[in-house]
Design a protein around this ligand. Structure first.
Ligand SMILES: Cc1cc2nc3c(=O)[nH]c(=O)nc-3n(C[C@H](O)[C@H](O)[C@H](O)COP(=O)(O)OP(=O)(O)OC[C@H]3O[C@@H](n4cnc5c(N)ncnc54)[C@H](O)[C@@H]3O)c2cc1C
Length: 579
């Protein structure tokens, strides 16, 4: 996959997808599987929006049991199974322990009964998942002693142990997004990052493409398409409103979800859920407070998630220092001893998710319930345009398939529809992830690289041997500056995965900096290698390093939610004549 926006010109695509997050990526794969000619444009980098900021859970829908919402429970469980089947390298089960207290609503009997009911409702959840290590376990229980041994700071009054259900976890959300896009590109889709849709091209009552802007050169041009699928996440409504004032009736309410990555070794095998003080207003069984989670991720802990109705647009997402302090107070208050301080925060993750039906005024929010799937032909009398604004990364594949069903009707496609819930993504055709890791280790002589094999398999799946044998990659089989990244990965990122900035490489093509600053030396070494391949000057390298560093919290600032707007960086370079 090369970055070459010229490929978007001079032809009419069947489907043009606007956005490059989870939902757009799944739509591109789905459309490519249905043999459409497909283009996808992403204003920044693939997977750099809300999808990069997620809590990394692939939800099996157990929370909907509390709301007695069985269709959503089954849909979520179906999607979790699908991801474990088609991308077993990037998704694996994660048990979640909920400490139990006394014999009432927080007791083992009550919670356990709920979890066992979930097990009964989802008996087929592991069907078709070839690798048994990717099978989602059934409910288990922990003794009080085990809870105390495994988890620090859990409140002990009346503690009886824990009930354990299992969800799944993404190894690295942007790489999962990219995996869908790379899979679509292998089937001929033209996917371009740093190309933004500015407005729709309209002929009478029909959308026939978009006016796009190459964010690197600043050039504007038209992309023609029989159908446009607007999947720009929380930005989708801005694009719709644009010149044509198309509004979604029940749209417009977004929650800013927030989580933090913090220092400190986690219990590696379990996530922990404790009661916070926010209330779950949608709960039918009325257990009151909502759970806060502590999740192991890359040797650190993710904590969250907080939800607040947010009126500013997606470009203005920020989390104030005062809010961070408030969240930490709530979090610390949920434990007997835990004292997480501001200095422990390595990354702040936040983004907007649609809220659906909710009370716009309060801070006590229901979870966003449904994705918006809008056919502008029906709603606005403007054909050729479909909008998909999704609520959970977990649901992206299934919702994208529904969007493509609408596209099929518009384009009058006949023939069978491939079932993408069973078709492995590029690199995902794996019988057993552990065997693939062992095989990879056996093919390597260097101990440092052997230690990296689990990560390499997680990122590239069966494509790992091709990666390590790349011809001509500088230091292909060597770790860069002793860090968890090889020369081959940098080469692949630049030449096959359209990485254009240092941030693309260290946050999204690889998770090198996704758990906080990997160190100045490592970032500089990566920038040097990218500079060599992309012909960057020293000024450009400095800009790239600066943009990455802004993402990490410092003594005087909370850290940015994403890197600075790349179009700003690119225009600075254009203005200064910097390569
Ligand atoms: C803190 C937090 C925790 C979360 N935790 C979870 C979780 O554990 N599990 C889960 O399933 N979900 C979770 N979610 C929700 C999940 O992250 C989102 O539902 C999902 O990422 C939305 O994907 P998307 O593709 O719709 O949006 P995005 O990822 O935001 O993608 C939209 C893309 O469109 C691009 N774009 C915008 N305008 C244009 C334009 N004009 N032209 C071209 N491109 C454009 C943007 O740059 C962006 O990359 C969480 C969300 C947050 C914020």
């Amino acid at each position: 996959m090369k970055r070459d926006p010229a490929l978007l010109r001079g032809q009419q695509f069947d489907v043009l997808i606007v956005g490059g997050g989870a939902f757009a990526a799944c739509a591109a794969w789905e459309a490519a599987l249905r043999n459409y000619s497909v283009a996808l444009i992403e204003a920044n980098d693939f997977g750099s929006g809300t999808s990069a900021n997620s809590f990394k859970f692939v939800h099996g829908g157990i929370r909907y049991l509390q709301h007695l919402d069985l269709p959503r429970l089954w849909a979520s469980c179906h999607e979790r199974s699908a991801l474990l089947r088609i991308a077993p390298h990037l998704v694996k089960p994660l048990p979640v322990a909920i400490p139990t207290y006394g014999h009432g609503r927080n007791g083992k009997e009550f919670l356990g009964a709920g979890f066992l009911a979930y097990d009964a409702l989802t008996v087929g959840k592991n069907r078709g998942i070839r690798d048994s290590s990717r099978h989602v376990p059934f409910t288990a229980f922990m003794s009080r002693d085990e809870v105390q041994r495994r988890f620090d700071g859990v409140r002990e009054d009346n503690l009886t142990g824990a009930a354990v259900f299992s969800d799944a976890q993404m190894y690295h959300p942007p790489r999962l997004v990219l995996n869908f896009i790379l899979s679509a590109a292998e089937k001929g889709a033209v996917a371009q990052n740093y190309v933004a849709a500015r407005s729709f091209v309209r002929h009478g009552n029909r959308i026939v493409g978009v006016v796009a802007r190459d964010q690197v050169t600043g050039e504007e041009f038209e992309i023609r398409s029989r159908v446009v699928l607007n999947a720009a996440g929380p930005w989708s409504e801005d694009l719709l409103r644009g010149r044509d004032e198309m509004r979604i009736a029940d749209g417009g309410v977004y929650s800013r979800d927030t989580c933090f990555l913090i220092d400190g070794a986690p219990e590696p095998d379990y996530a922990l859920a404790v009661l916070g003080s926010s209330v779950d207003t949608g709960s039918v069984v009325g257990r009151g407070a909502r759970h806060l989670f502590v999740v192991p991720w890359r040797g650190r802990r993710l904590i969250g998630v907080w939800h607040i109705v947010y009126k500013k647009g997606p470009d203005a997402v920020e989390v104030s220092e005062e809010e961070i302090d408030r969240f930490l107070r709530e979090f610390n208050g949920a434990f007997a001893e835990t004292r997480i301080r501001r200095e422990d925060i390595r990354l702040v993750n936040a983004g907007l998710v649609p809220f659906g039906e909710s009370d716009e005024t309060g801070e006590q929010l229901e979870f966003g319930k449904k994705s918006h799937l809008v056919d502008s032909g029906l709603l606005h009398g403007v054909d050729g345009l479909v909008t998909l604004i999704g609520v959970r990364h977990t649901m992206a594949r299934g919702d994208a398939a529904k969007a493509l069903d609408i596209v099929d009707r518009k384009l009058k496609r006949t023939g069978t529809t491939p079932d993408s819930s069973h078709l492995p993504l590029a690199g995902g055709d794996i019988d057993n992830v552990e065997s693939l890791i062992r095989k990879t280790q056996n093919s390597l002589s260097d101990d440092g690289l052997k230690a990296m094999a689990p990560e390499l398999v997680a990122l590239y799946g069966t494509r790992v041997s091709g990666l390590l044998n790349r011809a001509g990659a500088t230091g292909g089989r060597q770790r860069v500056h002793g860090a968890d990244i090889t020369g081959a990965q940098i080469d692949a990122a630049v030449h096959d995965e359209a990485a254009v900035t240092l941030g693309d490489l260290v946050f999204r093509r690889t998770p090198l900096a996704a758990a906080g600053n990997p160190g100045d030396g490592v970032l500089r070494a990566c920038a040097d290698l990218m500079a060599e391949k992309l012909g960057w000057s020293n000024d450009r390298k400095a800009l790239e390093l600066d943009a990455v560093m802004k993402r990490f919290p410092g003594p005087s600032h909370a850290g940015a939610i994403s890197e600075p707007d790349p179009s700003f960086v690119f225009s600075q370079q254009r203005g200064a004549g910097v390569a």
